[in-house]
Design a protein around this ligand. Structure first.
Ligand SMILES: Nc1ncnc2c1ncn2[C@@H]1O[C@H](COP(=O)(O)OP(=O)(O)O)[C@@H](O)[C@H]1O
Ligand SMILES: [Mg+2]
Length: 279
């Protein structure tokens, strides 16, 4: 059996006076994996992620971290958040210090790290998100994309073993999205478990080792992207679209341009390579 780092067992949650957002979610996240959590608006992605770092407590069910049920005491939550970092969907929910530098250093300082190490981690995170030039800027004067980068930097600087990002690419320009993917690739290679919620099917298909599709607070499908994202009926039910690279890849396969048994292209570059190989 795969080494599971984080697990939701039968997690159900209703917002006070609101919707039944989760209806019994079972999800095991293998260590070191790149997992995309997919679903239309309101499917329950953010609510699930908020359970995975203890921001929300399930009404029923449990979260298991590294084989142990989590504790919701102050100490338990602190230990949990040291291992599992969550970047919120809305950076305004995350940023609260006066300047970018102060905000990014808040987490590492709270870990009780020595000053030089805090500085090193903050510098590294600022560089990685390409916001070093904004270090003294008041966070409330940043653009949305800059806020998003600052919020990500603040969590990355904690170096969590599990990094969870809620719609990280939403609001980033193409360069920003590319830098983010490069950063995620480096973290993946360093052994970080990555969980990304998105409704960007192309991003999920090109990036993830596994995808889980949520629909109305339940898991509709979970598996390898090239299998789950080819399931047209499931995608229609979940109000999602097939990634365009996969759609064209499937057509090329049907037309005999890609041989049976060959891996379908996952990214634009791989698709273009398939086409030029024919030329
Ligand atoms: N703070 C909240 N109070 C009440 N209902 C909420 C709140 N946040 C989300 N919901 C509801 O919970 C359901 C799941 O929402 P959410 O987890 O935000 O979905 P997603 O992230 O997939 O768009 C939706 O029906 C949404 O309207
Ligand atoms: Mg959301």
């Amino acid at each position: 059996m795969a080494d599971v780092i984080l697990e939701a067992r039968g997690v159900a949650y209703r917002y006070p006076g609101g919707a039944q957002a989760l209806r019994g979610i079972d999800l095991a996240v293998p260590r070191g994996i790149r997992l995309a959590v997919l679903g239309a608006n309101g499917a329950g992605k953010s609510t699930l992620l908020l359970h995975l770092n203890g921001t929300l407590r399930p009404e029923r069910g449990a979260i298991i971290l590294d084989g142990q049920p989590v504790e919701y005491s102050r100490r338990g939550l602190l230990r949990w958040r040291r291992q599992v970092g969550l970047v919120f969907q809305d950076p305004d929910d995350q940023l609260f210090s006066a300047t970018v530098y102060q905000d990014v250093s808040f987490g590492p300082l709270n870990l009780g790290l020595p000053e030089p190490e805090v500085r090193e981690r903050v510098e590294e995170a600022l560089q990685a998100l390409e916001i070093a030039h904004l270090r003294d800027r008041p966070t409330h004067l940043l653009s949305f994309g800059q806020k998003k980068r600052a919020a990500i930097a603040g969590i990355v600087a904690m170096r969590p073993g599990v990094l969870i990002l809620d719609e990280p690419a939403a609001g980033l320009d193409p360069d920003g999205a590319e830098q983010l993917l490069a950063l995620l690739e480096r973290l993946h290679r360093a052994g970080t478990t990555l969980i990304v919620a998105t409704h960007d099917m192309d991003l999920a298909y090109g990036w993830a080792d596994e995808v889980v599709v949520l629909h109305e607070g339940a898991v509709l499908r979970h598996g390898r992207p090239e299998v789950v994202l080819r399931d047209g009926a499931a995608l229609i039910c979940a109000r999602l679209r097939m990634p365009w690279v996969l759609e064209i890849g499937v057509r090329l396969l049907e037309m005999g341009w890609i041989a049976d048994g060959f891996r379908l292209p996952r990214k634009r570059s791989e698709l273009l390579a398939c086409l030029s190989n024919r030329g």
